[in-house]
Design a binder for this molecule. Structure first.
Ligand SMILES: [Mg+2]
Length: 278
């Protein structure tokens, strides 16, 4: 079944993220867990790519604007067969192709070096324009965070995408309600986000980003209004999703997890997954 394939992949990706995090003892594990359903939907169900040829010209482009989510993307790239699962063990270590913040020159399948937040969508607009100019049917999917909605460059890109009628551009926003400086609502109020994207000329849908059925449905609806408008899927997620110990952690942006807690995390994830798939 379509949704079950994604759910199963997201489960494996969460385990990968915990294993990578354990190797370093810390990291952006909460984001990887929270965004696993979004990333699994993209890589298992949506993206057109060739695992053995990451630079294939006809590929859809997935741009991770949030470089610190790299741990989550590495899990997805392993699930997609673009990198080996065994290579995940090298995460964050010297000479690894998997640095803690995503860098395009290091990692196969990593399209841009993210991390200077607020730039991903601008690059995505340029890529979408270029692909259309070349007559390519490939799509550009840009993953960004709710913290990046504080950035003026994001909204310049949003207006530009609508102006150029980029129906081949999709944005996914991980609304986990948190950013480095604290709760998003307290740093800079970005609501109502659906209205803002719609006012910029985008087809905007807001869903539960930890619900695979809703994610698949949102992708299925893209193009319903004629195909010459960019689309954004606004995804409410829970940081640490799937591991109650981490879902309720106060300092959740950059998590430090004690050595004896990692196995508890894995056990909680496994237990919760049994409940989901039963
Ligand atoms: Mg956030």
């Amino acid at each position: 079944m379509r949704a079950q394939r994604v759910v199963d992949a997201a489960y494996r990706m969460r385990h990968h993220a915990l294993n990578m995090g354990e190797a370093q003892g810390q990291g952006y594990v909460g984001q990887a867990l929270g965004a696993a359903d979004m990333l699994a939907t993209v890589y298992v169900d949506q993206l057109n790519y060739r695992a053995d040829d990451p630079h294939w010209e006809g590929r859809d482009r997935f741009l991770l604007s949030t470089g610190h989510y790299a741990i989550g993307l590495y899990a997805a790239l392993a699930e997609a067969g673009i990198i080996d699962v065994e290579e995940l063990e090298s995460y964050g270590s010297d000479d690894s192709r998997l640095p803690m913040s995503g860098m395009a020159s290091y990692t196969p399948g990593m399209e841009i070096s993210g991390g200077s937040l607020g730039h991903g969508l601008t690059v995505a607009v340029g890529m979408a324009l270029g692909l259309r100019h070349q007559g390519s049917p490939a799509r550009v999917i840009n993953f960004l965070s709710d913290g990046e909605l504080d950035e003026g460059s994001t909204w310049e890109a949003a207006m530009g995408a609508a102006h150029h009628r980029l129906g081949n551009l999709i944005a996914m926003v991980d609304i986990n309600a948190l950013q480095a400086d604290g709760p998003t609502a307290g740093v800079l109020r970005t609501e109502p986000v659906v209205d803002k994207w719609a006012a910029c000329g985008w087809d905007a849908a807001r869903i539960d980003g930890n619900d695979v059925e809703q994610l698949l449905d949102a992708f299925d609806r893209i193009g319903d209004s004629g195909g010459d408008r960019p689309s954004v899927i606004l995804c409410d997620t829970r940081i640490g999703r799937g591991v109650p110990l981490l879902e309720n952690r106060e300092k959740a942006h950059f998590m430090r997890i004690d050595a004896d807690e990692w196995q508890i995390c894995r056990d909680q994830l496994t237990e919760g997954f049994r409940g989901v798939s039963a």
